[in-house]
Design a protein around this ligand. Structure first.
Ligand SMILES: Cc1cc2nc3c(=O)[nH]c(=O)nc-3n(C[C@H](O)[C@H](O)[C@H](O)COP(=O)(O)OP(=O)(O)OC[C@H]3O[C@@H](n4cnc5c(N)ncnc54)[C@H](O)[C@@H]3O)c2cc1C
Length: 167
């Protein structure tokens, strides 16, 4: 059973909303960058990241790798509730003489969730494998102990999401 709810506001263009879990997952898989939105003292800090993803018992997880220090890691240590966005399938549709006759195709996902630093060694490896698989399609990457211990692995548990497709 799918355990993720949809976002708090109703989408105005219902005709563009995708609610099928499998299709939403396929669109997420097709994206190559996830933008994580964190709160900072001035407002919002948005950071683009590569990601791997996994589904377990109807829940969806994104994994990221990072240097163990920096602004994003500092902010994540202070907060767990984050927002995210990802998109793909960009294409300009040819128009005519006026700007309004042009269009833009896209597939996008927005959501909220909880992010945390992964401490467990085996889960760090799993996160790194999922990340590598997302970009290479290869499953059996291995990682040196020193690298696994040094790198920070982040896990985002998706709590709610919506998907919009403009075709
Ligand atoms: C497509 C894509 C994929 C990426 N994948 C990863 C990934 O998998 N893991 C990873 O750790 N990083 C990735 N990055 C880099 C990431 O966006 C950050 O630059 C990096 O994580 C450092 O973030 P930080 O908060 O520690 O920045 P810090 O090094 O602490 O620097 C903070 C300051 O630098 C600015 N800054 C930080 N990042 C960027 C940026 N990307 N563009 C412009 N200004 C910036 C901020 O505005 C802030 O003022 C990716 C970037 C892109 C564009």
């Amino acid at each position: 059973m799918v355990m993720i709810k949809f976002g708090g506001f109703a989408m105005r263009r219902k005709d563009r909303e995708v609610v099928d879990f499998k299709r939403m997952k396929e669109i997420a898989e097709r994206c190559d960058c996830l933008r994580l939105g964190l709160k900072d003292e001035d407002g919002v800090y948005i950071v683009p990241l590569s990601f791997g993803m996994a589904e377990e018992d109807g829940k969806l997880f994104f994994y990221f790798h990072s240097a163990p220090e920096g602004n994003k890691i500092n902010l994540i240590r202070e907060q767990s509730n984050v927002s995210f966005e990802m998109d793909c399938g960009h294409q300009l549709t040819a128009g005519g003489e006026t700007a309004c006759t042009f269009g833009y195709k896209y597939q996008s996902i927005m959501g909220k969730g909880n992010v945390s630093l992964v401490a467990d060694y085996d889960e760090k490896i799993r996160g790194l494998q999922l990340l590598m698989r997302h970009y290479t399609e290869k499953n059996d990457w291995t990682f040196k102990d020193g690298m696994v211990n040094h790198v920070a692995v982040l896990k985002l548990t998706v709590e709610e999401w919506t998907c919009k497709v403009c075709e």
